[in-house]
Design a protein around this ligand. Structure first.
Ligand code: 5GP
Ligand code: ZN
Length: 115
């Protein structure tokens, strides 16, 4: 999949896109279109990467920023104390659908155990 075909690459191109709830120079955040919990956000790096196999030392600031922003978004959504889950799917067995890195932030209810 090229960046032109990628849903997540196209979203931040429009500065007026209402689904973007946060953006900086490395990542942006949207609400999941099919939420699995009362709070279900996607923290998405601006940089397209077809697989986490391409993560290297150069991506450390981007990957770190995902977690800085995740905590900020959890605070804004009021789930810092109640708790939340960060999930990153990679590859077919994980159920990954969008081949652009993204971290799910889920909270606002007791989440099911996962193996
Ligand atoms: P994955 O399984 O790849 O980790 O998760 C992709 C997620 O993106 C799914 O939870 C899906 O509901 C969400 N999603 C797919 N397309 C869109 C979209 O166009 N807008 C938003 N806001 N979420 C999307
Ligand atoms: Zn992309």
């Amino acid at each position: 999949m090229t960046t032109g075909e990628c849903i997540f690459c196209n979203i931040p191109q429009d500065p007026n896109d209402k689904q973007v709830v946060y953006r900086d120079d490395r990542v942006f955040v949207i609400r999941d279109i099919n939420p699995q919990a009362p709070v279900h956000l996607l923290i998405i790096p601006l940089m397209h990467m077809a697989s986490l196999a391409y993560v290297g030392p150069g991506q450390v600031p981007m990957m770190g920023q995902i977690f800085v922003v995740a905590e900020e978004m959890a605070r804004r959504e009021g789930v810092t104390i109640s708790g939340y889950r960060l999930v990153m799917n990679q590859g077919p067995d994980s159920g990954q659908v969008i081949e652009h890195p993204h971290v799910h932030l889920l909270g606002g209810k007791t989440l099911p155990d996962i193996a």
